[in-house]
Ligand binder design. Sequence first.
Ligand code: GLN
Length: 484
Amino acid sequence: MHTKTLSELSNALRTRQCSSRELTGHFLSRLKQHNATLNCCISITEEQALAQAAAADQRIQAGNAEALTGIPLLHKDIFCTQGIKTSCGSKMLDNFIAPYDATVVEKLNAAGMVTLGKTNMDEFAMGSSNETSYYGAVKNPWDLERVPGGSSGGSAAAVAACLAPAATGTDTGGSIRQPAALCGITGLKPTYGRVSRYGMIAFASSLDQGGPMTRTAEDAALLLNCMAGFDPRDSTSVEREVPDYTADLNNGLAGLKMGLPKEYIRTGLSEAMGLNLEAMVLELQKLGVKIKEINLPNTQLAVPVYYVVAPAECSSNLSRFDGVRFGYRCENPKDLADLYQRSRGEGFGAEVKRRIMVGTYALSAGYYDAYYLKAQQIRHLISDDFKQAFQQVDVILAPTSPTTAFKIGEKADDPITMYLSDIYTIAVNLAGLPGMSVPTGQIQGLPVGMQLIGNYFDEARLLNIAHRYQQVTQWHRQVPARFM
Ligand code: GLN
């Protein structure tokens, strides 16, 4: 039952092969069995889950179920969940019970989905390996000595190990796509503004976007149908109709123009990754896709620009954690300054502090023009590269990550090497485009993912290509042996 996709589970529920209570019970017992091994969940919300499942079963009985009613999922612990601890992977919020639901959670609840728990993540979503979490590193289900990627590593590991059929994630610089690639699942970062950020704890507000993490593209389409849409409570959410993302999944790909960016494939891509990319290209060509080399000349500036913009925005966003209003407060403060200093000093981990310091510096008088303003200008050049590219091609194909999953600890003391994990994903966030990682093979037993990048609001096309590819390949169906 646990290896089934959302659409298969939906069918099983509708035809009464199982009830939501049975399904939910099954996944809860798998979570309880394997969470100690993977450390993928910060909370398992058994009681609420069983209550939601009972309500879903009634809804199915009454004949007013939607496609996802009764299906369980996990939420990244960055999404506020009413009455449930919402830690964002930080000691700062270890004691925080959210007073309301994030819009994404509210929408999925309204669709009748069942929340199994909250997934582990890098602290405040800052990281590419899940090692910055206050709750400890998450293990990759394919090799327990390796990282699952980050920052949505708990979501990726849980879905890959079939402890939940789907999960939510967020992506500021690659945090849905990179862990999806490293764990062998499908992950979609929608266009900036497509999915509401209300109740999603802010890291870098001009980059953050929530999205689905699933086994298949079809499942991603089903989840996105419920997650997407305008939200008056998020001023950056876009007022634009939500199409049925499942409608175009089976469209033919003949004549589709796909660009391969020279800068991505000619620099530093390992031989094995290159071969994997070639194999995917061959499959796509068999489906009628036309491949063309393109240029994204400012690619090498994306990581440095991101590491000015993201820290600058986070230094501002995280100023709300002051020990006064919510979250961690130090013991016996001497005075107000001591309260601020020690609450923040004790509540935040090393990576978060590093980013706050870099960001505060970049925004300070005298440096603002030299760093932040300059970074924003280069950001425009990066977006323009994509604009040019989309005049020549319909979609772009690129690797998701330069490597497969690395060993826990391998890059932990070297922030720059760690930052380069997102070299292929970050430009997409800077431009606000949709990007999707699809499992395309394995290298020495570890999953590999490739990335489809679309024009603004072209999620349906990415899902269509990924779905057609998944119909002729089986990589998205692989399950690590110990979790079969
Ligand atoms: N790894 C990147 C970072 O550390 C991206 C994280 C993310 O997308 N949330 O900032």
